[in-house]
Design a protein around this ligand. Structure first.
Ligand code: HEC
Length: 191
């Protein structure tokens, strides 16, 4: 049996943090790509569930429809994009520095345009290769964020139907399963 060195024994007995081998200043822990993938899985699952089992189900059954001005109009539901934006805003209120939003090359809401040439290029890449996550970094003020952009697919006919008939939509021929835009997730680095 190997003998435990007296330093290691002291660390265990005193409950001191075990020194890591990472050089000073180097980031340790879960890589930001992995964190973004975890978050994406949850956000996408909620978005798909809400669209198919709430919005589409209600619409098919002749119940409440999703409408942009849902707050002011009785018996209407928030749009799937509004559900995502509202949940992102609520989560930001908890103090989490993680941010997420939807973007598109043909946005119904002009605020949802890509914010940089890199985001635009990312959306173009996702159209041809929706399975390839686009990653990079963005700097805002003193903070640098890891950025991941995932394809936002038309998971239900209601996505396609609503966008193709919306007066503010510049694209009228979306198809089922197509990448309609991108979901941007940003995680501050070095925290
Ligand atoms: C009932 C109509 C409706 C349905 C259903 C719907 N959308 Fe939208 N979508 C909108 C509207 C309106 C906006 C703009 C919302 C805003 O930001 O004010 C929007 C925003 C978006 C955006 C951001 C870019 C933009 O166009 O402003 C994406 C991407 C998007 N939707 C994809 C989808 C996908 C994918 C689905 C299905 C999972 C879906 N939408 C379902 C109406 C709809």
């Amino acid at each position: 049996m190997r003998r435990i060195s007296s330093v290691a024994l002291l660390i265990v007995l005193l409950g001191l943090p075990i020194p890591t081998t990472a050089p000073a200043g180097e980031q340790t822990g879960i890589p930001p790509e992995t964190v973004a993938n975890y978050l994406h899985a949850v956000i996408e699952a909620d978005r798909t569930f809400y669209t198919i089992h709430v919005v589409e189900r209600m619409q098919k059954g002749g119940g409440a429809t999703a409408a942009e001005n849902w707050r002011a109009t009785k018996n209407t539901l928030p749009l799937p994009a509004q559900f995502l934006m509202e949940s992102s805003a609520l989560s930001a209120m908890t103090g989490t520095p993680v941010r997420y939003r939807l973007i598109s090359l043909w946005p119904i809401n002009p605020l949802n345009v890509p914010r940089s040439a890199a985001e635009k290029a990312g959306l173009e890449s996702l159209r041809t290769h929706p399975e390839r996550v686009v990653t990079g970094t963005v700097t805002q003020g003193n903070e640098t964020y890891f950025q991941a952009i995932y394809a936002d697919r038309a998971v239900s006919q209601s996505c396609v139907g609503c966008h193709n008939t919306h007066p503010q939509s510049a694209k009228k021929d979306f198809k089922l399963n197509e990448a309609m835009g991108g979901l941007v997730i940003e995680i501050p680095m070095g925290r």
